[in-house]
Design a protein around this ligand. Structure first.
Ligand SMILES: Cc1ncc(COP(=O)(O)O)c(C=O)c1O
Length: 363
């Protein structure tokens, strides 16, 4: 048995608590009881939807109506509403690789065929725009953009988002925009929402969550914003299939969205410092590590050890008691890659680097 303390860095779960004002809001709601601990009627979700509309206008730009916002228990549910609003079995969708494993899983389960362009490593995991049109078929109905991307942290440029938008307009596709990491963008990179470009707002569904921005993974709070023509479908999906947030969680969401975002800026700076330390340290060990532009995942190339990603992480865990995530879940061509969320302070990351060093020195 390894004697070192266990370090778990295999999920994108922030290492800090939610902002104090969110915790106070939920405590107060539970203390009040009544509507706040029951189904809650219409007024409580309405206040949340209004806060989402104001937040979007203030921080991102586009103006939505409250009726376009659907609060759900986490963005996985939001994604499900989004996909089932615009796609049916047999349709096709374009999404990139490497990308978030649950996107592929949910689409597979829904019987949607995926066309998957690669984000070339040599282009720092940005889109190969020349090849993009070749992925459209007669059955293509949507394109899913995860921006900033998990696991590569790519923050797509305006040119990339415009190219996706042009493709969507030419072939009448819906754009699904998973924006859950939008506040975690570093250096001079800028998040560009498709809904801020031309008329793309009319064909874009936004998927959002409090999990990462406010370190609220366990609170299960997210939402989806749909264009008018998908409202009826989203409403019926909500009735049958989508878990709603707990009533007493709504005021915490409102407090976050109407807050000053100092908490988020502090987290952003911290993730950036962790990134600078960790990506360089892994790179210096001879395993090329991508210096991500957004989100908070280090993504490194361990192929020189000729192990499958699953074997690398299970042997590492056995030898050094540290758990990382296998790259193979993020696409079919990601064997040999490893993902590490920057959800531990730098002293812990230093310890992880030493353990990885000790492990690889024996391979
Ligand atoms: C890109 C992306 N979308 C959605 C999710 C799911 O988040 P939630 O906790 O809101 O379900 C994750 C979680 O890691 C993610 O990385």
């Amino acid at each position: 048995m390894p004697s070192k303390p266990y370090v778990k860095l295999n999920a994108g779960d922030p290492d800090v608590e939610a902002p104090k004002y969110a915790i106070e809001a939920i405590q107060e709601a539970i203390k009040k009881g009544g509507d706040w601990t029951h189904y809650g009627g219409n007024e409580i979700p309405k206040q949340f939807r209004e806060a989402v509309v104001d937040y979007y206008k203030k921080w991102i730009g586009p103006e939505y109506k409250e009726s376009q916002v659907f609060p759900v228990a986490g963005s996985s549910a939001a994604l499900y509403i989004a996909l089932s609003s615009c796609l049916k079995e047999g349709d096709e969708i374009i999404l990139w690789e490497p990308s978030y494993s649950n996107h592929y899983g949910m689409l597979r389960d829904m019987g949607i065929k995926m066309q998957i362009p690669e984000l070339p490593r040599e282009k720092k995991y940005h889109m190969d725009l020349d090849k993009l049109p070749s992925y459209v078929t007669k059955k293509t109905k949507a394109v899913l953009v995860c921006n900033p991307n998990n696991p590569t942290g790519s923050v797509y440029t305006k040119k990339e988002i415009e190219a996706v938008g042009d493709l969507a307009e030419e072939h009448d596709l819906t754009i699904l925009s998973d924006e859950i990491y939008l506040h975690y963008v570093y250096d001079n990179n800028k998040f560009v929402a498709p809904s801020t470009i031309g008329n793309l707002k009319e064909r874009t569904i936004n998927i959002m969550s409090f999990s990462k921005t406010f370190s609220m993974t366990g609170w299960r709070l997210g939402y989806v914003i749909v264009p008018d023509r998908f409202i009826a479908k989203a409403q019926s999906m909500m009735r049958v299939a989508a878990p709603r947030p707990a009533t007493f969680v709504y005021p915490a969401g409102v407090a976050c969205l109407r807050g000053d975002f100092k908490y988020v800026e502090e987290r952003r700076k911290e993730y950036s410092a962790r990134r600078d330390y960790f990506t360089k340290a892994i790179d210096d060990m001879g395993m090329p590590c991508h210096k991500f532009e957004g989100a908070f995942y280090a993504w490194f190339d361990a192929r020189k050890y000729d192990l499958k990603s699953d074997d690398f992480i299970s042997k590492l865990e056995k030898a050094e008691n540290v758990s990382l995530s296998s790259g193979s879940g993020f696409g079919t061509k990601q064997e040999g890659f490893i993902r590490v969320p920057m959800t531990a302070p730098i002293p812990v990351l230093k310890d992880v680097v030493e353990r990885v060093k000790s492990f690889t020195s024996k391979l």
